[in-house]
Structures are given as structure tokens and as C-alpha cells.
Design a binder for this molecule. Structure first.
Ligand code: HEC
Length: 454
């Protein structure tokens, strides 16, 4: 290890996985895999959250009869790593996430071998018990509070996308409370809800609403995203007297659609103040319109945008989520650490210093999927004060990008899907200098001190 601060973010985090040659290689096991014994457990873990009756995906992958007609297509999508959607670059950065549905090379091999063998059912006695999935009105945790839009919204069959703020029912809470878990679900019109953000507005409901600095963001819903659970001892503040609004992006689908969305919260007990307040924020912060430098020429397949965010107080990052639009291609987040304090720099030689960059993650981006990557507790990036978070985003405005609405257009920043963004959401809490030092020490001890896994 090069300095006490080196690799703080990634200590023990890097599990490099080669992803080459999936079709061609892999240990061929002797026994032919069967659906009930080998394939069903994989589908339960990695697919059924979306592929089950009355959910978002086009077909159910629960029973053998559901899956059998799709066998070839299942093989193709998993071998290409198109399903399940998971766009983290597996060759760099942190690789341990909560609720990671992605498949190991062995699991992909099992599915491919099963399809190649004619997709046999196997012994019914081997079938694992069915999973009891939550439904539209059932959340992934037992909520204390559920509020929905005061009124359904009617979205016309055709027309441009709509961005709107709609009031949620009163929570009935009269004192400051801290949120431990939060989840948004579309109750009606799941197919048109592109994304939804619950925002707490202080003061009267007539006041200005929107994701400004004084209005804490609670949680975002987007296709493919589950609810959020904050680490034990941390929570988001829901201040007394807050009004909740749902900020939504709706996308017409050719038929008039009624929309309603609900926010569910699990709260810490009355009077409890968590040690850390959890934030979820978009960067660049606070103003999204600071992205005037997005400059994507017509036909350009790899237009790059950089932004830098100065970290004034140590942070523990718990989740990362790229946010781009139709032409979004890829994003990388890097931490540029300040010079290590242990390096003796006599006053008289006050610089220049060398700083040390460390890649946290890269992810490919597809506008259909807004995936949040939640770190396992012991690999959450610990960011010292004085760090620059460097975000690099790439956009593909060429005709080869199937999601590109118009390769002949110049594209800059804007709210519409046909404009662009180069943002990220981070979930994080702040640490004091002492807490930061203690967290680093604890992690170094856990990982046996000195070796640098990079
Ligand atoms: C996060 C939700 C989600 C997960 C998890 C997921 N899928 Fe999908 N899947 C979708 C959606 C939505 C579509 C339709 C859009 C598309 O094709 O991308 C789809 C499409 C497919 C298709 C193509 C269907 C067609 O019409 O041709 C296959 C095959 C498939 N998924 C298999 C799987 C398998 C196998 C898994 C698990 C290993 C999986 N999916 C996990 C949401 C998901």
C-alpha cells in the first residue's frame, strides 16, 4: 500500500472477473442440467423479480411451462449478458453489491447447457418452493406509512412526455421522524411511469415545489429499481410539517392511461435520531442546469463530458446510479484523493503535489434501465475531505445507437429525454474526521492491514 489513504475506497473490494469467451469455454459438467434442479433456482434469484405474472417484463419465467417456449431466447439473452439487466463493468472497480442479480459464468453455462440438451424438465421433486413475490400494493418491507397521489392523473394516449409535481396524501406525522426504508411503486399505469421521485417540501403546500436544496429528496423509482434500505443507524430526515410531492416523468404509450403512485416508508421509532443522516443527491449539485458544457455533435459516437465535485467533509457512499438520457452510453466515477497527510511537505516546498486517482466504478448505460448499484457494507467507498469526485460520461449520437431519436441533431443539456444529461445520483452520509479515521482503521484491520488489492 502506498499511503495510509490509498485504496481506502476499494480495500478488499476488487474481485476481477474475466468475462471473455462465455460461449466457448467453461467446465462442462457431466450431468445434463434440469429445470427443476439447476435452472429454476437461478431464475428465482435473477429473473422473477421482473418476470412473473402482472409485472413489468413481457413474460413470466416461474413455472416450467412458462419458461419452455422461451428457452432459446433465454439462452441468447443470458449468454449476451443482456438479461438480467446489470451494466456495471465487471473488469474494473468495486464488484460487491447488495441485490446483485447478475449471473456468474457458471450460472450462464448451466442455462446454456440446459437449453442445448433440449431443456429437460427433470424430477418435479427437485423443484424449489415458489417465491411469494410482493404485489403492487405489497412492498419489499412492512411499511409504517403508505401515501399515494391525492388524485389519479390521466395521461393522454399520445403527445409529449410530461414532467409534473403532484401532491401526496398527508402522512399524518406531527414530529420529526427518520426514514429507515423507502420505496415507490406505481399503483396504476406502471407502463407509463418513466421515473418518480418523492420529495419532502417544508412549509406550506402553496410554496414552490421542486428538488431544490431546501426540499430533501426521499427516494426515486425507476424501471428495474427496488426500494431502499439505509444502513443500520442512518436514516433520512422527514421534518415535521413536510408536505410530500411526487415528481414524475410520464411517457405516453398510445392509450389513455390512469396513473397513481404510492410512497411507502418504514420509520425509526418516535424520538430516535440516527447517528448519520442519509442523503440522496444528484451531482452536479445543486443545480442540474450547470451542465451547459454537454456538447454532443451530430453523428458523434463517443462524446465525453466531465464534471468534478469537491468533497468538503468525509463521506461514506452507499449507492451509485448513473443518469443519462437516450444517447447515454457509459459513465465512470473516480475519486481523486488529496495528497496523503503522512507525506512530509515542508512549508518551503508547498507543492505542486501529486494526487492519487482511484476508479470507483464504470457502468454502461441504456436509457431503458435506471439501475442503482448499492454497495455491500464493507466496500462502501470512504471518501476523505479534499477529494475530487470526477464523473465522466459518454454519449453516442451516431446512427448505430438504436436508442437515438435523431443522429443529425446537435444535443445539449435539457429535461426532455431527447435532450441529454450527464449526472449521477449518490446515496451517502457525512462522517466527522474522527468517524472517517475510525472507519478506515476498522476496514484495514478487517482486511489484514497492508496489502493493496489493486
Ligand atoms: C429488472 C427486471 C428484469 C430482470 C431482473 C430480468 N428481466 Fe428479462 N426482461 C425484462 C424486460 C422489461 C424485458 C422486455 C424489454 C427487453 O427486451 O429488454 C425483458 C426481456 C427478456 C427476454 C426477451 C423477451 C422477448 O420478448 O423476446 C428474455 C428472454 C428475458 N428477458 C429473459 C430474462 C432472464 C432469463 C432473466 C434472468 C436471468 C431476466 N430476463 C431478468 C425485465 C427483466
Amino acid at each position: 500500500m502506498k499511503s495510509p489513504r490509498a485504496s481506502v475506497a476499494l480495500l478488499g473490494a476488487v474481485v476481477l472477473t474475466a468475462t471473455t469467451g462465455l460461449q466457448a469455454q467453461g467446465p462442462v459438467s457431466q450431468a445434463i442440467p434440469t429445470f427443476t434442479k439447476d435452472v429454476a433456482p437461478i431464475l428465482q434469484r435473477a429473473c422473477q423479480r421482473c418476470h412473473r405474472p402482472n409485472s413489468m417484463a413481457p413474460m413470466s419465467l416461474v413455472t416450467y411451462d412458462d419458461v419452455r417456449p422461451w428457452a432459446r431466447s433465454v439462452k441468447q439473452r443470458v449468454v449476451q449478458r443482456e438479461m438480467p439487466p446489470w451494466h456495471i463493468d465487471r473488469t474494473v472497480g468495486i464488484q460487491r453489491f447488495k441485490d446483485d442479480p447478475s449471473l456468474s459464468d457458471d450460472e450462464i453455462h448451466t442455462i446454456a447447457a440446459w437449453v442445448d440438451a433440449g431443456a429437460p424438465r427433470g424430477n418435479p421433486a427437485d423443484m424449489p418452493p415458489a417465491i411469494a413475490w410482493e404485489t403492487a400494493d405489497r412492498f419489499s418491507f412492512e411499511p409504517d406509512v403508505i401515501v399515494q397521489l391525492e388524485e389519479d392523473i390521466t395521461l393522454a394516449d399520445v403527445g409529449s412526455d410530461q414532467w409534473l409535481n403532484a401532491p401526496l396524501e398527508d402522512t399524518g406525522l406531527t414530529e420529526d421522524r427518520y426514514i429507515q426504508m423507502a420505496e415507490i411503486k406505481p399503483l396504476k399505469g406502471v407502463a407509463v411511469v418513466h421515473h418518480a421521485n418523492a420529495i419532502a417540501i417544508r412549509g406550506t403546500r402553496d410554496g414552490e415545489i421542486g428538488p431544490g436544496a431546501g426540499s430533501p429528496h426521499i427516494v426515486e423509482y425507476a424501471v428495474g429499481k427496488a426500494g431502499e434500505r439505509y444502513p443500520e443507524g442512518s436514516g433520512k430526515l422527514l421534518a415535521a410539517g413536510s408536505r410530500l410531492v411526487m415528481n414524475m416523468h410520464l411517457h405516453p404509450i398510445g392509450e389513455e392511461t390512469l396513473v397513481n403512485t404510492a410512497l411507502a416508508l418504514k420509520l425509526y421509532p418516535k424520538g430516535y435520531t440516527p447517528e448519520h443522516i442519509q442523503f440522496s443527491r444528484v451531482f452536479p449539485f445543486p443545480s442540474q442546469s450547470e451542465q451547459d458544457d454537454i456538447d454532443i455533435p451530430p453523428g458523434e459516437s463517443n462524446a465525453r463530458t466531465d464534471s468534478y465535485h469537491y468533497v468538503e467533509q468525509p463521506m461514506r457512499i452507499t449507492a451509485y446510479q448513473p443518469h443519462l438520457h437516450n444517447r447515454g452510453k457509459r459513465q465512470c466515477l473516480e475519486a481523486i484523493y488529496p495528497p496523503a497527510p503522512s507525506v512530509p511537505w515542508p512549508e518551503s516546498q508547498g507543492g505542486p503535489f501529486s494526487v492519487r486517482p482511484e476508479l470507483i466504478n464504470c457502468a454502461d448505460f441504456q436509457f431503458n434501465w435506471h439501475l442503482q448499484y448499492t454497495y455491500e457494507d464493507d466496500v462502501q467507498p470512504l471518501i476523505p475531505a479534499g477529494t475530487l469526485l470526477h464523473l465522466t460520461s459518454w454519449h453516442d449520437n451516431s446512427a448505430a445507437n438504436r436508442g437515438n431519436p435523431d443522429p443529425t441533431a446537435w444535443v445539449g443539456f435539457g429535461q426532455r429525454s431527447i435532450d441529454e444529461m450527464a449526472l449521477m445520483w449518490l446515496e451517502f452520509s457525512y462522517l466527522t474526521d474522527e468517524e472517517y479515521a475510525a472507519a478506515v482503521r476498522q476496514r484495514q484491520e478487517r482486511h489484514g492491514g497492508n496489502e493493496d488489492p489493486q
